[in-house]
Design a protein around this ligand. Structure first.
Ligand code: BTN
Length: 328
């Protein structure tokens, strides 16, 4: 249920840069003028720029550049993804929080968003660095009726959704580097972390985390990362509004997820093949067991990468990293 604050925001938004008197607002919402004033104060605290004039009332001038639930919900076209939002100014990791919420019974589609992560996580115990307020960092809960062995298909699903959004809505040449990296012109712009709670034969929940470098300048990354990563700002030459990006990502993720559950892996795999950056390339595989060089030739329904090792046979790689640089 929307409270006075949410209803005030909606009314101010709908009047589009015009003044709305305190009296009209209080009649519209069925609350006292003091309650309206308090709601306006609360909105200002969140960063909304609202002017008040003695005779004219209130006017919304500018919405803050924050991933506030009210902003994400406004105009969100999804059926279920992002309908329950947990927003944090600072959080250890949105994946950690999503897993806690899932354990407490939070439903499919629950979204966790943070402006800043102090323990942002990447795959294989790595950290994910993103300066506060500059990226789109989010996790959501899924409860798919999939076999746990097929869970890597969800990473394929998310990679396709992210790459498609960047290509179709932002006109950027984004591609997928197996298993979970989104690259633009040879540099990583987004990463996906799929975490699973499962029994032998069923998935309890999946916490899927996505981090996109949006408005970060290259200088803000460490010298090591500076040569390897990029951001949408760097690629487009200007900063981008993060809320519409998140809304588009959520819609695309929901579409791909629904298509996977209804249509199986084969159609998703075809879309993935069109977007992938590794098949047919000479690659260096760095995996927990061993590292080797070969040619990436295929992916199977378990998400494994099939690599023709040089001077040896076909190898099936389920966990590991692909280096295109060192592959030559
Ligand atoms: C990777 O590239 O290894 C995966 C990076 C995933 C980063 C995102 S940011 C939001 C979510 N919360 C985390 O702690 N990690 C994911």
């Amino acid at each position: 249920m929307a409270g006075v604050k949410e209803k005030t925001l909606r009314a101010l938004r709908e009047t589009k840069e015009e003044y709305l008197s305190g009296e009209v607002l209080s009649n519209l919402l069925g609350v006292s003028r003091t309650a309206v004033w308090k709601a306006v104060q609360a909105l200002r605290q969140e960063g909304y720029d609202i002017t008040s004039q003695a005779r004219s009332g209130y006017r919304l001038n500018k919405i803050p550049d924050r991933l506030l639930p009210a902003e994400i919900s406004w105009g969100l076209k999804t059926r279920f993804l992002g309908h329950h939002i947990h927003y944090y100014e600072t959080m250890s990791s949105t994946n950690i929080r999503a897993k806690e919420l899932a354990r407490q019974g939070a439903g499919e589609g629950t979204l966790v968003v943070a402006e800043e992560q102090v323990e942002g996580r990447g795959r294989r115990g790595r950290t994910w660095h993103s300066p506060p307020g500059e990226g789109v960092l989010f996790s959501f809960i899924l409860r798919p009726a999939l076999q746990p062995t097929h869970a890597p298909q969800l990473t394929f699903m998310a990679s396709v959704a992210v790459a498609k959004t960047l290509r179709e809505d932002y006109n950027l040449p984004a591609g997928i580097k197996w298993p979970n990296d989104i690259f633009i012109r040879g540099r990583k712009v987004a990463g996906i972390l799929t975490e699973l709670s499962a029994e032998v034969d069923r998935i309890n929940f999946v916490a899927m985390g996505i981090g996109v470098n949006v408005n970060t300048e290259l200088a803000s990354f460490s010298p090591f990362l500076r040569e390897r990563v990029t951001s949408l700002r760097v690629e487009k030459g200007h900063s981008l509004a993060r809320v519409p990006l998140l809304q588009r990502l959520l819609l695309s993720l929901e579409e791909e997820y629904t298509a996977l559950l209804e249509g199986g892996f084969a159609p998703l795999r075809r879309r993935w093949l069109e977007l992938n950056l590794v098949l047919g390339k000479r690659v260096r595989i760095i995996s927990p067991e061993r590292s080797f060089t070969g040619t990436a030739v295929n992916v199977d329904e378990y998400g494994a990468l099939l690599v023709q090792e040089e001077g040896a046979g076909l190898r099936r790689v389920l966990a590991g990293d692909v280096s295109l640089r060192e592959g030559g």
